[in-house]
Write a protein that binds this ligand. Structure first.
Ligand SMILES: Cc1ncc(COP(=O)(O)O)c(C=O)c1O
Length: 392
């Protein structure tokens, strides 16, 4: 039997795959079709203009070639100017600060690879995005968990973050709007954590995958407008959700050019450059032609959050929403002694309702489930609330 790296063998099984296994043998009836609230994927295709553009792109002879490791110049330009506008930081984000990655998950892996070695530590608010914790484990980087609390609406307390910093800490990770909680952190909190990271000479790795599904289009924070952002900020973004390009695998890593140089060494050994077709999709997707579509999707998702909050207001079946927003609701289940995994499994097998149990997001999360509703429409949300109500 071949030896497997114990650091990797010790990583948990991918939670979405594990949840999908529960329903492999489930019998679907027309009156209870599967409601898949397990994965944060948009239920709709990319904008029609973008799909038409891509049909042309694949015909071009150069589309099949390698792209430069850091990305196509015009895509890096487009991403830099998008962020400069979105964050009120015109002239403060340049193409040289941007690397186009094969999805935001790769951006995280490259950032950690560029910043940390085995034995280093990263502060990770918990519940965390499971792939972050999995990757840190696989790299033998210590994930130092900061427990978030429902009393503080799952928003980290910057003072508590600072207390976890040691001589080995290399970075603090924040995800806002948050996966799994849905909460958008107030700019003051993000900026206070940035200041702490700056004072300690460590990085703030900020994953804003869901920034375009907030209830506002105001800048999420003022960090890019600060002259010295490159000394501290390492920014991660995904085009999977904003442009509905999940399968194209397109994301970005924005950081000081010397950090990107280190990341590029790693990327050169794995994906080389992100696929050209995906990079063309991003450049077009950030153009004025697609802007109204993006805004419509944002509003539609905000309406889903409102609908979910209304449907869940009476705590159907005793399931209570703790926090919600963007693509997610973090829900407390009513079965005190039954673990979240058992409850989620029961919902899947008996009610054809697929959710992710809280323990996928860290210790102490056994009372919670994550519902990801990017994948279902309004009818699906109402149906999910009905199924929760009938779960005893
Ligand atoms: C917080 C967060 N970061 C990154 C990702 C992965 O994004 P991508 O599809 O661009 O790799 C996700 C997807 O669910 C996510 O929720």
């Amino acid at each position: 039997v071949l030896h497997v790296n114990p650091a990797v063998a010790g990583v948990v099984d991918p939670p979405v795959t594990a949840a999908k296994r529960w329903i492999e043998h489930a019998t679907m009836t027309p009156d209870t079709p599967l409601l898949d609230l397990s994965q944060a994927v948009p239920s709709y295709p990319p904008a029609p203009e973008l799909r038409a553009f891509l049909a042309e792109v694949v015909r071009r002879p150069d589309t099949s070639g390698y792209a430069p490791v850091a990305g196509l110049r015009h895509t890096r330009d487009a991403v830099a100017s998008h962020f400069a506008r979105a964050y009120g930081a015109i002239g403060q984000v340049h193409a040289d600060d941007v690397m186009i990655t094969t999805g935001c998950n790769q951006a995280f892996c490259l950032a950690v690879g560029a910043l940390c070695g085995p034995g280093d530590e990263v502060v990770l608010p918990t519940p965390y995005y499971f792939n972050h914790d999995m990757w840190l484990h696989a790299c033998r980087v210590g994930a130092v968990h900061l427990a978030l609390s429902a009393e503080h609406s799952m928003v980290p307390d910057p003072t508590a973050v600072e207390e976890l910093i040691t001589a080995r800490t290399r970075a603090i990770v924040l995800v806002t709007p948050n996966n799994p909680c849905g909460v958008t952190y107030p700019p003051e909190v993000i900026e206070a954590v940035f200041d702490i990271a700056r004072q300690h000479g460590i990085a703030l790795i900020l994953d804003e995958t869901y920034k375009d599904f907030r209830s506002t289009t105001d800048p999420p924070h003022g960090l890019f407008a600060r002259a010295g952002w490159r000394d501290t900020l390492v920014h991660l973004y995904s085009f999977s959700k904003m442009l509905s390009l999940a399968g194209y695998r397109a994301g970005s890593l924005v950081a000081a050019p010397h950090v990107l140089d280190a990341a590029a060494k790693l990327a050169d050994c794995e994906t080389i450059g992100a696929p050209r077709v995906s990079q063309e999709a991003v450049a077009f997707g950030l153009s004025a032609a697609v802007e109204p579509w993006v805004e419509d999707r944002r509003r539609a998702m905000c309406e889903r959050v409102e609908l979910l909050d209304r449907e869940m207001a009476a705590a159907p079946g005793g399931f209570e929403v703790v926090t919600s927003g963007a693509f997610f609701a973090y829900v407390r289940h009513p079965f005190g002694t039954e673990g979240a995994a058992a409850v989620a499994r029961r919902l899947a097998v008996e009610h054809n309702l697929l959710t992710i149990p809280g323990d996928a997001f860290g210790r102490g999360q056994d009372r919670y489930l994550r519902l990801a509703f990017g994948n279902v429409d309004g009818n699906g949300i109402s149906a999910a609330a009905e199924r929760l109500a009938s779960c005893h």
